[in-house]
Design a protein around this ligand. Structure first.
Ligand SMILES: [Zn+2]
Ligand SMILES: [Zn+2]
Length: 135
């Protein structure tokens, strides 16, 4: 599939081609900063099929962590678009930045429920993991 999206102001644009590797909702504390407090809906797309077509985003990595993820966001409007985890060939795309978020369909699992807040909802029957599912 081909997914297109970008930031709120439109300067940063991307194209993601390939088979989705994971569709999930993440309850981790880090995601809560970015979403506004709710779980983060994301779709993991192969690195090989992902490219920016507009301006390049800014990148941020925490310097106090041993294996920090790289977070990419628009320097102009601040929209957080993607996360790149170390050692995993995927770009984690935030569903809210898709031109048509409906292409997401639905999450297939809930992850990092260890950080779940009481006001977070997990649909009945959705596989849930305290951290990541075993690989
Ligand atoms: Zn922007
Ligand atoms: Zn998360």
């Amino acid at each position: 599939m081909t997914l297109e999206g970008g930031c709120y102001c439109g300067k940063v644009r991307y194209l993601a081609e390939g088979e989705p590797m994971m569709k999930a909702q993440c309850h981790c504390r880090e995601c809560q900063y970015i979403t506004g407090g709710s779980p983060n809906m994301f779709i993991a797309m192969p690195v090989a099929g992902f490219r920016y077509t507009g301006e390049a985003p800014r990148q941020f990595r925490r310097s106090d962590l041993e294996r920090p993820v790289t977070r990419e966001f628009c320097a102009e409007c601040g929209t957080h678009l993607t996360t790149r985890p170390p050692g995993f060939p995927a770009v984690i795309v935030k569903v809210g930045t898709l031109d048509d978020p409906a292409h997401f369909g639905a999450p297939r699992m809930a992850i990092y429920t260890v950080d779940k807040q009481d006001f977070h909802q997990i649909p009945d029957g959705l596989p849930s993991f305290e951290r990541l599912p075993p690989r």
